[in-house]
Each structure stands twice: as structure tokens, then as C-alpha cells.
Design a protein around this ligand. Structure first.
Ligand code: ATP
Length: 372
């Protein structure tokens, strides 16, 4: 008996909160989501990130039950909610999922309280439970003072808080958020990011968050899926993606500043760029061409004894945490390097660019990582 219970509890723990299998969405001849496979455990904060048009919103809409998949399956907590093959598609409420969109879409003729109350009513909560829950979420989101106002009488940031309160009211097990902060100004975005993380910790709802902002992705996520042309380019914890990008796309999309990719050719026993030997050719066995990844912090301006370097054209500099983030051009190649303290030069001036360390990773010309 005890053994069976152990097996059972282990199985429950192993059931992913969200499991996406071979998921594809085609609009006519266009494949918006292309054979996506992702699985996350309960309580995860999954961020879908990628450039405009890569399929993030379409994927989220399929998770929400707003869009049927062309092929593949979605399961929440082991329960099939969408199946392209059989056409199964349960609606958002039956999925125990709450949605927060970029446009707050509050009901304009209901007060803040009325907006929060409505989904609870729809879910058949009793009057007493609703009243208690409304008080609770108003307090939780610090919007008690707005209770009797209408959406037109509160600011954009406050409207977004009400939209979040309305969504978390019925305590959904899964929260789906599509660029919820993109209409807010920069300062409010940062504040609301912390707020959403607090909400996530408190509700423990498994969350899926769509953004094209990689800083948002890296600060909030437990898991990140980088999408490109409908495909998952790489999936994993944010630090794994930053430290071990599997493709040049990921290496140059994530990180602040993003990594530098230097194209090299085999030159005898070395890989060289513009006639300067940068690394051993053993790092790219059998290849005549490759791409080396150098982090900005692994490059600097000013020559260094014993380190390879070349001439570059200064473009601009931005201060960041006691250092300067310097952008230079070597021919058509744009490179970012870090310099201690304050550094500035005349745009167009020639500077010495130095490679301080060995490359962080090596990729083939198709953009696939070949180093471990
Ligand atoms: P953004 O960051 O700009 O919102 P996204 O990554 O969310 O972009 P999607 O909105 O998912 O991208 O769109 C993916 C692709 O599918 C795009 O090429 C888009 O034009 C196309 N697409 C999305 N919805 C439809 C639709 N209903 N009919 C036809 N094509 C669509």
C-alpha cells in the first residue's frame, strides 16, 4: 500500500503543469507555430520571447483556448485541453486559466469592484465568498481606494492593476500574460515587473508570459523559450540560455549587451579575423569558416600586452554601472566592448580594440554551436 502511494505521489509530482507536444499552427500557407515541444513543472514562470512575428501570441492564444491547433496537443496538469488531430478544445474557463492582455479591456460600464466581481459571478462563487475575495485582491494589488471608480477615471497603470486583480480573482491555476506591460511607461514597467513576480510567488500559479523584451524575460523567468519563425530556438532556465547559447540567434538576442560574433577563417593552425589570429583551429575541427562569440566584457578599448587586437572605428559609448559600454565598427562588423570608468571619443575616431580572453563559444556558419 505504502509503495503504491509513493509511486502515486511521485507521479503527481512528475506531471507537468503545461505540456505542449508537436504543436503547429498554420494560417493558410503560413506556419506561425512550427512543431513546438515544451513542458514545465507546476509553479513555473515560462517566458516566450522572440522578435515580432515569431509566433509568441499565436502560441499563447492556443494555450488560452482561443485558437485551435492545426496539429499537436496541449495538456494542463496531465489533462488534454487542445488536440489538433481530434479537434478537442476546451475553453479558457474550463482550463483553469486566466488571461491578461496588453490592452486591459476592462468593462467600461462597471466599477473597479464590478470588474473584479464579474468573473467570480460567472464562476458561481457565493455572494459572501465574492465579497471576501474582492476585498482580498483589492488589498493585494493596493487598489482599495479605486473600488468605486470606473475604468475611464483611473490611470493606465491602475487599469493594468485592475485587469490583473480581475484575472487572479478566481484563483486560476494557470496565468497567461500577453505583453501585459507594453503600454506602460518605463518606470511603471519596472515596478509592475516586480509586482507580477510578487503575485507569482503568492499565487503559485504556473504562468506563461509573452514579451519581445529580453530583459523582462531574463529577470522574471524560471524557464525561457526563445522563438524564431515559429520554432523554439532554445528552451531552458534563463542562466543556461545566457551561459550556453546553442545558436548565434540566441547568443545575440539575449544578454545586455548582447554577445559579439566574429566571423573567422582557418589560417594554418589558427582561426583568424582580418589577418589577426584569435584562436586555435582545433576548436573548429574540419571547418574553414566559423563564428566566435566574445562577450562585451571579454573585449576592451586600448591595447594590452600579449593580447590580440585590431583597429576599429569608435561609434558611441553609454555609461553602465561604473563602466562604459563602447560600440565600434570593424568594417561592417559592429562590436560592443567594456571599458572601466568613463570613456568617450570623437565618433569616427580610430581606437584599439582588444580581445581580452579566449572566445566564449564557437558556432558554425549555420549558426549552430560546435563548442561544448
Ligand atoms: P508580435 O511580437 O509582433 O506580437 P508574435 O511573435 O506574437 O508577434 P504572432 O502574432 O503570433 O507573432 O504571429 C505569428 C505569425 O502569424 C505572423 O507572421 C502573423 O502575421 C501570422 N498570423 C497571426 N495571426 C494570424 C491570423 N489570424 N491569420 C493569418 N496570419 C496570422
Amino acid at each position: 500500500m505504502e509503495n503504491r502511494m509513493n509511486v502515486q505521489s511521485r507521479n503527481i509530482a512528475a506531471t507537468p503543469a503545461i505540456s505542449i507536444t508537436n504543436l503547429t499552427k498554420r494560417f493558410g500557407g503560413h506556419t506561425a507555430v512550427d512543431n513546438v515541444n515544451i513542458s514545465v513543472p507546476p509553479g513555473s514562470f515560462l517566458v516566450l520571447v522572440g522578435p515580432s512575428g515569431c509566433g509568441k501570441s499565436t502560441l499563447l492564444r492556443m494555450l488560452a483556448g482561443l485558437e485551435p491547433p492545426t496539429e499537436g496537443e496541449i495538456s494542463f496538469g496531465g489533462k488534454l485541453v487542445s488536440d489538433g488531430q481530434s479537434g478537442v478544445m476546451t475553453n479558457a474557463a474550463a482550463r483553469d486559466a486566466g488571461l491578461v492582455f496588453q490592452s486591459y479591456a476592462l468593462w467600461p460600464h462597471k466599477t473597479v469592484e464590478g470588474n473584479i466581481d464579474w468573473p467570480l459571478k460567472v464562476a458561481n462563487w457565493s455572494k459572501k465568498d465574492r465579497a471576501e475575495r474582492i476585498d482580498e485582491v483589492l488589498k493585494f494589488l493596493d487598489i482599495e481606494a479605486l473600488r468605486d471608480r470606473y475604468p475611464a477615471e483611473i490611470s493606465g497603470g491602475q487599469q493594468q492593476r485592475v485587469a490583473i486583480a480581475r484575472t487572479i480573482g478566481p484563483r486560476p491555476g494557470i496565468l497567461l500574460l500577453d505583453e501585459p506591460l507594453s503600454n506602460l511607461d518605463a518606470k511603471l514597467r519596472v515596478d509592475m515587473r516586480s509586482e507580477l513576480m510578487r503575485i507569482h510567488r503568492a499565487t503559485k500559479a504556473t504562468s506563461v508570459y509573452v514579451t519581445h523584451d529580453q530583459v523582462e524575460a531574463m529577470t522574471m523567468a524560471t524557464h525561457v523559450a526563445v522563438l524564431r519563425d515559429g520554432k523554439v530556438e532554445q528552451f531552458g532556465p534563463p542562466d543556461a540560455l545566457l551561459l550556453k547559447p546553442q545558436t548565434t540567434f540566441v547568443a545575440t538576442f539575449l544578454g545586455t549587451p548582447a554577445g559579439n560574433l566574429v566571423p573567422v577563417i582557418r589560417n594554418g593552425a589558427a582561426l583568424s579575423f582580418n589577418g589577426i589570429d584569435l584562436a586555435s583551429a582545433d576548436l573548429a575541427p574540419g571547418l574553414n569558416h566559423a563564428q566566435l562569440l566574445y562577450r562585451a566584457q571579454d573585449m576592451t578599448v586600448g591595447s594590452r600586452e600579449g593580447r590580440p587586437g585590431l583597429k576599429a572605428i569608435y561609434v558611441k559609448s553609454a555609461p553602465i554601472a561604473g563602466q562604459s559600454m563602447v560600440t565600434c565598427l570593424i568594417g561592417g562588423l559592429r562590436v560592443t566592448a567594456m571599458v572601466d570608468g568613463f570613456f568617450r571619443a570623437e565618433p569616427g575616431a580610430e581606437v584599439d580594440l582588444t580581445f581580452l580572453r579566449a572566445p566564449d563559444a564557437i558556432f558554425n556558419t549555420d549558426g549552430k554551436r560546435i563548442s561544448t
